[in-house]
Ligand binder design. Structure first.
Ligand SMILES: NC(=O)c1ccc[n+]([C@@H]2O[C@H](COP(=O)([O-])OP(=O)(O)OC[C@H]3O[C@@H](n4cnc5c(N)ncnc54)[C@H](OP(=O)(O)O)[C@@H]3O)[C@@H](O)[C@H]2O)c1
Length: 350
């Protein structure tokens, strides 16, 4: 297992992170999995044996049950792993039970600590943008959690690039803790993150933690043209993420994954994960697994090195058209592009 520095922080995290959205599995999360404490212990042990040192959860997963299960499954081993959790989504029906106000953040952090059975959170992430709370308020609340020792690092998730820049600028201007990472959706199924989110990470030194790196199972090789995926698979339910805008491209991408995987004697899921682990600014991919076999399969991707030709094949089949202003920049600014710009435009320059 390789360990990478999380953004510009001093923290080293494994290139695979264990996702826990299926721990508990109530409400909307029931489509993801119903893993109890014993199942969670097995997944955590498998992951740790492979070298995983980061576990990702959120207060909202099964209304707190995922955090409780992580805490119980880890028990006295808590010190041996890093725990990332999140705040922002509704945790009740009250007007202050959601969002990124100081009121909600402090209360939610205390509640997460209780459920996790720990006195510190390694990485506390804002789960989504809150356009109605001043960033000064959000970041000073997060900063006070770091100063008090309850949180060690802070990160964002699902922000637009301008949200990130505004937040980093607010931190710098006010001497507050800076986000060290962003947690985003980025996979071979949809590479929109390469337009803005990857370049901003390169430019600002933010680590990238990738959620749903095999698109919730779509890239595992079990969804293929004309083939029925096994009963119980997540995308046979009414699960709606990620949206698929180009089904034909998705199936072509899956066929390429299956082809490369067959030639290498590994699963399509492993190829998809290895591809994303190899992308610029990516620190770690957060894998989810309904079963231990799936987890074992996914963990093996940490040891899979794709060749330049295999990556080029996957780049080509999943390519997205350059949108404005990027096509114009590719045509007219190639004399003055930064490494962040080139991460998107490089392949389009003559
Ligand atoms: N920040 C955010 O907003 C956000 C959003 C979503 C997720 N997350 C985080 O990201 C984590 C991972 O998300 P995810 O579960 O959607 O990730 P994923 O790894 O893309 O998908 C996992 C699902 O794919 C299927 N699968 C996994 N491995 C497989 C294999 N080897 N072969 C065949 N099928 C396989 C399983 O579903 P089936 O068995 O049902 O097919 C499994 O539940 C979550 O646990 C959470 O920590 C964060």
């Amino acid at each position: 297992m390789e360990y990478r520095q999380l953004g510009r922080s001093g923290l080293r995290v494994s290139t695979i992170t264990l996702g826990t959205m299926g721990f508990g599995g109530t409400g909307w999360a029931s489509a993801v999995g119903q893993i109890d404490v014993e199942g969670a212990r097995k997944q955590i042990n498998l992951a740790r044996d492979a070298g995983v040192n980061l576990i990702d959860t959120a207060d909202v997963y099964s209304s707190g049950a995922s955090e409780e299960i992580v805490g119980q499954a880890l028990g006295s081993d808590r010190e041996d792993v890093l725990i990332a959790t999140k705040v922002r989504m509704p945790m009740g029906d009250g007007p202050n039970d959601a969002g990124l106000s100081r009121h909600h953040i402090i209360r939610a952090a205390e509640a997460s600590l209780r459920r996790l059975g720990t006195d510190y959170i390694d990485l506390y992430q804002v789960h989504e943008w809150d356009g109605q709370t001043p960033l000064e308020e959000t970041l000073s609340a997060l900063d006070s959690l770091v100063q008090s020792g309850k949180v060690r690092y802070i990160g964002a998730s699902n922000y637009a690039a301008w949200h990130l820049i505004k937040a980093l600028w607010t931190s710098d201007r006010n001497g507050l803790q800076r986000f060290v990472s962003q947690q985003i959706y980025y996979s071979l199924q949809a590479r929109e993150a390469e337009n803005e989110l990857v370049p901003v990470s390169i430019d600002q030194g933010l680590g990238i933690l990738v959620w749903s790196p095999i698109a919730g199972g779509l890239l595992s090789g079990k969804y293929r043209r004309g083939v029925d995926a096994p009963a119980g698979s997540r995308h046979l339910s009414d699960w709606s993420e990620p949206p698929v805008h180009d089904e034909d491209k998705l199936y072509n991408t899956i066929e390429t994954l299956v082809e490369i995987g067959s030639a290498r004697g590994v699963s399509a899921a492993q190829v998809a994960l290895a591809y994303t682990i190899g992308k610029a600014a990516v620190t770690s991919v957060i894998v989810g697994a309904r079963t231990e076999d799936q987890l074992a399969d996914n963990l093996a991707s940490a040891e899979l090195d794709l060749s330049v030709e295999e990556v080029a094949q996957l780049d080509a089949v999943s390519a997205q058209p350059l949108q404005y202003p990027y096509w114009h920049q590719a045509n007219t600014s190639s004399d003055r592009l930064s490494p962040a710009d080139l991460s998107l435009l490089g392949p389009h320059l003559g």
